[in-house]
Design a protein around this ligand. Structure first.
Ligand code: ADP
Length: 562
């Protein structure tokens, strides 16, 4: 042991050079300290709350530790300086361990650390303040290994305190981890993993170096801080931790820039330095463009999100308006129905001669009034159906129905009309008797009637006819209503069954209609467990409307309507 301290110990220069590579010393100290300081400063500039201050505290204490440690390594072997700097390392060590614990508390609990915990930390820190400048910390300097001589108890105290703080962090986070929901779980895991990697690699590397006498290990331990900073950057980008908006591209470019810049620490020649500078400049320029374009993209994304929000609000308002309109139509239709029924009754009585015999002109006019009234009755019925359907008040009553009978009835109803339009109306019966279906036959008949009515309506007088075909296809019964009429263009097919959907070309047929029949029909068929669709070979080539109903009705519908 030698207490004779000097300011330039030649043998120590030699010894250090033999023990470690100086490039590694620089590489493990300078970039790590700069990255840690930059992240701390970046966070505090964006956000001034307590957690950012504590993070800055960690980065400052850690960088200071690195700076002082670097002096120990390369301090021009000034043993006086080495002794002074060495004596401060333990204190800084414990400081950034304790600040890390404080940081974890703030991050997980989102509020300040409880006062009693702070007191505990203060009490544990007290001996370090008291003994740092005494012989209990460093008792001298030995020129054999060119090291300060640590006081055993002081060193042990620091050693066990570090273990205790790391254990405290782990226990605290495991406890909280089990209680929070999934998204927070991931954040806790990432942060604590980052901190633990940082502290344990630092602690473990120092320990291994002490045990083996190989100080390279200690130097590698510093990189744990860079890993921690990487985790922090990820938390910021992914979860907007610390309420900071940072794009992944920005974080990536900056870290790449830092990594390349770090290569200066082991550049040995001027050529090396020039090449690194060129690479750095290239990275900076490309990074700048990348960040600019990704910022623009991000802005667009935000605008889109705002617009989507507004759109969904407008949608809600529209839905409310739509409901109000349905309600209005329902009330209005109910009020209309009563007088229309009365009109129908009186015209029928007039036509039957209940109020005296009519002359042919009167009969002709009354017939026209009757058919106009009928159209009005149908229109009101359609509107009522829509409002019932949309408010979920449409009821279905399932029973056994013979589809052949239904089709025959429809054909009988429309025979006269088809004849007056000079159209053939043909019913193609199945070859063998079909099984009966469990359906609401009244509703299904209404839909087939509507299809047949449309088929006649949309076929020019004297231009062909309408066929209704009934058949069994596998597990389904199929009804096809086909005509030789105006057909449906491809562009209109997908919208045919939508509310108020009316073809562009139908005006030339001058037919009255609302575009509600198919809309209501589709819902009626689907509530019967079937499906309905339309086919057409094109304009003026006729159309086919097809209904398929299952022979075996689904349990779900039977339960609902059976
Ligand atoms: P509406 O007949 O009252 O207009 P629908 O819902 O019954 O309402 O029919 C919607 C639209 O589908 C019609 O306006 C018409 O354009 C088209 N369409 C329906 N049936 C036929 C058909 N057989 N041939 C050609 N177009 C049809």
């Amino acid at each position: 042991m030698d207490f004779n301290l000097i300011t330039n110990a030649e043998q120590c220069h030699q010894l250090i050079k033999e023990t470690v590579s100086l490039s590694l010393v620089y590489y493990s100290h300078i970039p790590t300290a700069i990255i840690s300081l930059l992240v701390g400063l970046f966070v505090i500039l964006k956000n001034r709350d307590l957690i950012s201050k504590v993070l800055l505290g960690i980065s400052i204490t850690f960088s200071l530790w690195l700076f002082l440690d670097l002096i120990v390594w390369i301090g021009n072997y000034n043993t006086v300086l080495t002794m002074f700097v060495w004596s401060l390392l333990g204190m800084l060590d414990i400081l950034f361990f304790m600040l890390s614990l404080y940081f974890v508390y703030l991050f997980i609990d989102k509020r300040d650390m409880p006062f009693n915990k702070k007191v505990i930390l203060g009490v544990l820190f007290l001996p370090i303040i008291i003994f740092t400048s005494t012989r209990f910390n460093l008792s001298g300097f030995t020129f054999e290994s060119c090291e300060a001589i640590d006081g055993k108890s002081f060193l042990d105290y620091i050693f066990y305190l570090e273990i205790a703080i790391a254990a405290w962090i782990i226990l605290l986070s495991v406890g909280r981890y089990l209680k929070v929901e999934k998204d927070s779980k991931r954040q806790i895991l990432l942060l604590v993993l980052g901190i633990i990697i940082f502290l344990l690699s630092f602690f473990g590397a120092g320990y291994i170096a002490g045990q083996t006498g190989n100080y390279d290990y200690e130097l590698y331990g510093h990189f744990g801080m860079t890993v921690f900073m990487g985790f922090l950057a990820y938390l910021i980008v992914k979860f907007k931790a610390f309420d900071i908006k940072l794009l992944g591209e920005q974080a990536l470019i900056v870290s790449q820039f830092a990594l390349i810049a770090a290569m200066f620490t082991f550049a040995t020649s001027t050529t090396n330095r020039i090449l690194i500078s060129i690479t750095l400049a290239g990275t900076a320029i490309m990074g700048w463009f990348l960040i600019k374009s990704s910022k623009k993209l991000d802005e667009r994304k935000e605008q889109l999100q705002i617009m989507a929000g507004k759109l969904s609000q407008a949608n809600d308002q529209l839905r409310t308006l739509d409901n109000a309109k349905t309600e209005f139509i329902s009330i209005a239709s109910h009020q209309l129905r009563t007088p229309l029924t009365a009109i129908k009754g009186f015209i029928s009585m007039l036509l039957e001669g209940s109020y005296g015999k009519l002359i042919p002109q009167q009969e002709d006019v009354l017939n026209k009034v009757y058919s106009s009234n009928e159209r009005l009755v149908n229109l009101v019925e359609d509107l009522l159906n829509v409002s019932r359907m949309e408010s979920g008040r449409m009821e279905f009553k399932f029973a056994s129905w013979d589809m052949d009978k239904i089709c025959q009835e429809v054909i009988d109803t429309f025979a006269l009309r088809a004849k007056s339009c000079k159209l053939d109306l043909e019913y193609i019966k199945p070859e063998v008797a079909l099984p009966e279906l469990l359906i609401d036959g009244v509703k299904v008949r209404e839909v087939i009637s509507n299809l047949t009515d449309n088929a006649i309506k949309y076929t020019l007088e004297g231009h062909g006819g309408v066929k209704v075909k009934l058949e069994q296809l596998g597990e389904n019964i199929r009804v096809t209503v086909s005509d030789t009429g105006i057909g449906i263009p491809d562009t209109e097919l997908p919208y045919l069954f939508a509310k108020f959907s009316r073809g562009k070309d139908i005006s030339r047929l001058n037919t009255g209609g609302t575009g509600l029949g198919l809309y209501v029909g589709k819902s009626m068929i689907e509530n019967n467990g079937g499906r309905i669709w339309a086919e057409s070979d094109g304009q003026n080539l006729g159309s086919r409307f097809i209904i398929e109903l299952p022979i075996k009705q689904s349990e779900e519908l039977l339960k609902k309507w059976g």
